[in-house]
Write a protein that binds this ligand. Structure first.
Ligand code: CMC
Length: 441
């Protein structure tokens, strides 16, 4: 039996400390006992951007970035993408087990029943500019839901929590479809509860005058697979936001709106939209080598490449590449695919990318499929947010039930001025700062 401890010698004092190792980690709070004297606050661990800090224990998603493994509740993502529906996977993530037939029927009925939104929320959405970004509309509308369901703030009641989770999973496609149609000036289409989750979403997006919308089954299944792949990804930026905001016991709508905000950034979920812009900018296959040189020279990043955790091929990207072929059988090949494949081929052979272990991530190919299916790039990140809401809720529930968790409140290393005295305004000299020097357009 190995000795599961770590011995540290503080060379400032010559003192030695023995810290327990728990699941290959030490508790940062154990460092606090390491002091130079009674007045010393104790040693902190400094980890900007959480490169090497586990913020929680979680049993939801397992990810091995070096070996390219992703599992939800122990099930390999490849099997879930092949054998399950999105709502089945949602049930798994939230409940820990795959549902039996009866449980799944009940779960589908529950989620479907909550697909409608209050008519006043429609009016709220009408206030948005027609060209407002769909992520902005989604984020604000989800936050606004907290004013419709004030009981949601009772987050310690498991029944209340469950109702809000079902409500929001049911409503996310409706809110997205409404924001999409709002941007096109089209009338909103009410949910059709006879349809599956993805088929109904497609109905609300694309139905025109036909009495009943009929989604192409290959495209509906592709969307289902994409939703499964995006449903959770352990402690990423938006999940950590969900946990951090939720740790103050804010209601789930405010908390989810914060997670949507985190997802919207181009380094996170917003990357799928940026990939399409990048492929447009490149324009054709022959321009790829010059574009790569430009990236290597430090002008921007190759969007859809690289990952904080995956230092190997993202397993989701591998599945998405296969789904792309199935979608193109129906829609015709998206010409951007050739540029993307060439970009991947050259990047994977190039020392710059090899050395930094940069591989295509989930966002590299998803946008190309979405575009072929008829989505405009500004909706891509919203398509990420719909399924990710499930993961956020699983993380939020786990955080609330974890007796070790408290309000998220990191420490800092203060680098500012020591104490100063305020002088009268007429005695002050102009000072420059980056903000003051910035020019406003
Ligand atoms: N293109 C070119 N160089 C890159 C890229 C890229 N896409 N990603 C990382 N690098 C370089 C980076 O400049 C750094 O180089 P150096 O060591 O010379 O300074 C090195 O690789 C390490 O990168 P890092 O910035 O320390 O890595 P990180 O873990 O902080 O960032 C990332 C991860 C995903 C934010 C980053 O790879 C990135 O910006 N990628 C492009 C945006 C993207 O595709 N995001 C989607 C991520 S997957 C889905 C999701 O999370 O939503």
């Amino acid at each position: 039996m190995p000795n599961e401890t770590l011995t540290i010698t503080d060379n400032r004092t010559g003192k030695t400390y023995t810290l327990p190792i728990y699941k290959d980690a030490i508790r940062a709070i154990d460092l606090r006992q390491i002091k130079t004297g009674p007045e010393d606050f104790g040693l902190l661990s400094y980890d900007p951007a959480f490169l090497n800090t586990a913020s929680c224990q979680s049993s939801i998603t397992y990810l091995d970035g070096d070996r390219g493994i992703l599992r939800y509740r122990g099930y390999p993502i490849e099997q879930l993408a092949e054998k399950c529906s999105f709502l089945e996977v949602a049930y798994l993530l939230l409940n820990g087990e795959l549902p039996c037939e009866e449980q799944l029927d009940m779960w589908i009925t529950d989620v479907t029943r909550h697909s409608m939104i209050h008519e006043n929320l429609k009016k709220f959405m009408e206030g948005f500019h027609y060209d407002g970004h769909p992520m902005g509309m989604l984020m604000s509308t989800v936050a606004a839901l907290s004013t419709f369901y004030p009981e949601a703030r009772n987050i310690h009641d498991p029944g209340v929590r469950k109702l809000q989770i079902i409500r929001l999973i049911g409503k996310m496609p409706t809110l997205t479809a409404y924001s999409y149609r709002h941007s096109l000036g089209l009338p909103y289409v009410y949910p059709d509860n006879d349809l599956s989750y993805t088929k109904n979403f497609m109905n609300m997006l694309w139905r025109r005058t036909e009495p009943k919308f009929s989604a192409n089954p290959v495209l509906a299944r592709a969307l289902e697979v994409l939703f499964i792949l995006h449903a959770d990804h352990e402690q990423n930026c938006s999940a950590s936001t969900m946990r951090a905001v939720g740790s103050s016991f804010a209601d789930p709508y405010a908390t989810t709106a914060a997670a949507i905000a985190a997802l919207s950034g181009p380094l996170h979920g917003g990357a799928n939209e940026e990939v399409l812009r990048m492929l447009d900018e490149i324009g054709s296959k022959d321009k790829v080598p010059a574009y790569i040189e430009q990236i290597k020279a430090g002008h921007g990043k190759l969007m859809g490449f690289g990952h904080r955790v995956y230092k190997n091929y993202d397993p989701r990207a591998r599945i998405i590449k296969r789904v792309a072929e199935e979608v193109f059988e129906v829609t015709g090949r998206n010409p951007k695919l050739d540029i993307a494949l060439e970009l991947e081929r050259i990047a994977l052979e190039d020392d710059f990318f090899i050395k930094r272990r940069l591989y295509p991530n989930v966002d590299f190919y998803s946008g190309i499929i979405y575009q072929a299916m008829g989505f405009t790039p500004d909706v891509f990140t919203v398509l990420f947010a719909i399924p990710r809401a499930v993961g956020w809720f699983a993380q939020w529930q786990e955080m609330l039930q974890d007796s070790e968790q408290k309000i998220a409140r990191p420490r800092q290393i203060y680098t500012g001025e020591a104490v100063r005295q305020v002088v009268r305004i007429e005695e002050r000299h102009p000072q420059t700062s980056a903000l003051a020097a910035a020019t406003v357009a």
